[in-house]
Design a protein around this ligand. Structure first.
Ligand code: 2P0
Length: 374
């Protein structure tokens, strides 16, 4: 086995070395932290060149973005609203390289991802000056391409890292427009807490930015993430939304009724109305899936366990009152919005159902940030 200097560096960067040494890192989160730590160390010790590491949490949409009104700039067809998650995200490190290389959780990325990252960088170059090519290494606690907002965390962290690496000094708002060109949901991960993102037909590049809902009172929510299947999805969210937009007769209705959902959700957050927010989230979710199911050919991300968990949430509300609401994204996983004081009990109930491969508990998290810059 011949390892080039770059191979060794990449391996260390992504945290593979502890595994070779049999240090026994058993879970993803641990591996993720270790990868980050090693990454910083290697650049400090050996590289003697500019390197930036940024971290961004994933976010889950409460009012869904689905469809685009500008494909080149990736401007969403509708405004959306999300919750940035806590400790559930992606670290991205960039440094100079002879050609673009993208590493995801220790493996060189697929051609499709490479092409998409390259496209993002080319678009970025048209707006913000930077030259040279990059090595991009990401480690994540979010399973990739399984409907858990992995692209949101990745592009938010990449945009944040680029801003530091190239010393552009972009404001968070400008940074969110940049992240949006990589993945629209990424614009929201720049900010903490509940976050809105402007979209729609009359929204231009500068206007299609995310914003934090600063004045929300204390809605003490938790989000449970029930992972029923981590296999990469059959159709990417990007392709799914394009197909939906161009073929579903319901897509127009989704767009036309979206403003009200967006306004109602903001009002629900401002008035701390958990029940209202949960109801809007379910409504927006089901409208989005109605457009997918009526696309041609139809798109189904749900699996048996997805439907069973939806019924479980309905049953909780029937038996215990309005304490839990569901949402899903471009995948079969079910996210359950509840209040912090009910989270533990609901988690135990879900575990007893035996439907999930993984069950995570998270809450409201921080926006994207620089982890290290040397
Ligand atoms: C959202 N999703 O608002 C919606 C709900 C999935 C369902 O944003 O093409 O990866 O990169 O802008 O952001 C997933 O789509 O799509 C998504 P692109 P993205 O979170």
């Amino acid at each position: 086995l011949t390892l080039t200097k770059e191979d060794v560096i990449h391996s260390i960067v992504i945290g593979a070395v502890p595994e070779w040494l049999g240090i026994g890192l058993q879970n993803r989160v641990h591996r993720f932290d270790s990868g980050r730590h090693l990454h910083l160390k290697i650049f400090k010790l050996f590289m003697h060149q500019k390197a930036t590491t940024a971290y961004a949490n994933a976010n889950i949409a409460l009012v869904k973005y689905w469809g685009k009104c500008d494909h080149a700039l990736n401007i969403p067809a509708v405004s959306s609203l999300s919750m940035t998650l806590k400790d559930f995200g992606t670290t991205v490190s960039i440094t100079k390289a002879s050609e673009l290389s993208v590493w995801i959780d220790g493996k060189i990325c697929s051609q499709e991802v490479h092409h998409r990252v390259n496209d993002f960088l080319e678009k970025t170059r048209l707006i913000h000056a930077f030259s040279g090519t990059l090595n991009i290494a990401s480690t994540s606690s979010v399973p990739y391409a399984s409907g858990l907002a992995s692209s949101a965390a990745f592009y938010a962290a990449l945009a944040t890292a680029l801003n530091d690496y190239c010393a552009w000094g972009l404001s968070p708002q400008k940074l969110s427009t940049l992240a949006r060109m990589g993945s629209a949901s990424a614009a929201r991960s720049i900010f903490p807490g509940f976050v809105g993102l402007y979209g729609g037909l009359h929204t231009n590049h500068d206007q299609a930015h995310a914003f934090p809902l600063k004045d929300h009172p204390d809605l003490d929510v938790a989000m449970l993430i029930a992972v029923v299947n981590t296999r990469p999805k059959a159709i990417s969210s990007r392709n799914a939304m394009n197909l939906t937009q161009s073929t579903s007769p319901f897509f127009k209705a989704f767009v036309e009724t979206h403003h009200q959902d967006f306004a109602d959700a903001i009002a629900a957050i401002k008035t701390s109305s958990f029940e209202r927010l949960g109801s809007i989230m379910e409504h927006s979710t089901l409208k989005m899936f109605a457009t997918m199911m009526t696309a041609q050919p139809a798109i189904f991300y749900w699996q048996e366990q997805t439907m069973a968990l939806i019924n479980f949430v309905y049953k909780i509300r029937q038996d215990l009152g309005p304490i839990a609401y569901f949402t899903m994204d471009a995948g079969p996983q079910v996210k359950i919005l509840t209040k912090k004081n009910h989270a533990e009990a609901i988690m135990s109930m879900i575990e007893e159902l035996g439907l999930t491969q993984h069950l995570y508990r998270t809450s409201i998290g921080e926006g994207a940030s620089i982890v290290d810059s040397t």
